[in-house]
Design a protein around this ligand. Sequence first.
Ligand code: ADP
Ligand code: 5GP
Length: 188
Amino acid sequence: MTNSNLMVVLSSPSGAGKTTLTKKIQQKFQNFKISVSHTTRKARPNEVDGIDYFFVEKDEFQKKIENKDFYEYAKIFNNYYGTSKESVNSILKNNNSILFDIDWQGNKQLSDYKELKLIKIFLVPPNKNELKKRLIQRNQDNKDVIEERLKAFDKDTVHWLDYDYIVINDNLDNCFTQIEKIIFSNNN
Ligand code: ADP
Ligand code: 5GP
């Protein structure tokens, strides 16, 4: 359990292990809830609507932008992703801590809300080869999508300066221990 309402942002190049670690954090800390984003991306075979994302069509997403329903949103790999005010507020209302699995653009936009005390963590893989292996092994994206995500690696990593902590996800357990330490050290 965490005592206070913590707000953790976890960003990384695609395939570095964000989703895996996010799920481990949620298992360990019962009052940590993951902010479920809206996206126009198609669901992967193992993804469930309302749990992994709210999967919506482009025009619905556009309407939500116009209605100012999002705290932040971004276009990533030709799809839109956004954090709705409604899903964040319902998590915070119940006195939970919140974890945002969002990219550097979302982190920048959330950081503009100066009243939020964000703990910003940037996760990196040990190297680019390992990242490629993980993207292939995940077996959820086709070859072109994997290439596109690998290409984004260099552009994504320049944004590590916007974060409070950089954590290398080499051994998964070691990485999780480091993230736990960060959470505990901010839990006062
Ligand atoms: P992201 O959410 O950042 O795109 P995922 O959590 O989906 O990344 O991880 C990508 C793949 O790498 C998955 O198949 C996952 O099981 C695997 N993976 C995650 N962390 C590690 C690790 N430390 N060592 C080896 N494989 C890992
Ligand atoms: P994926 O398609 O692999 O699920 O996610 C692609 C990227 O989109 C990841 O870097 C993930 O963190 C980011 N992402 C997911 N949801 C959001 C969101 O609501 N806002 C922003 N800015 N990025 C998001």
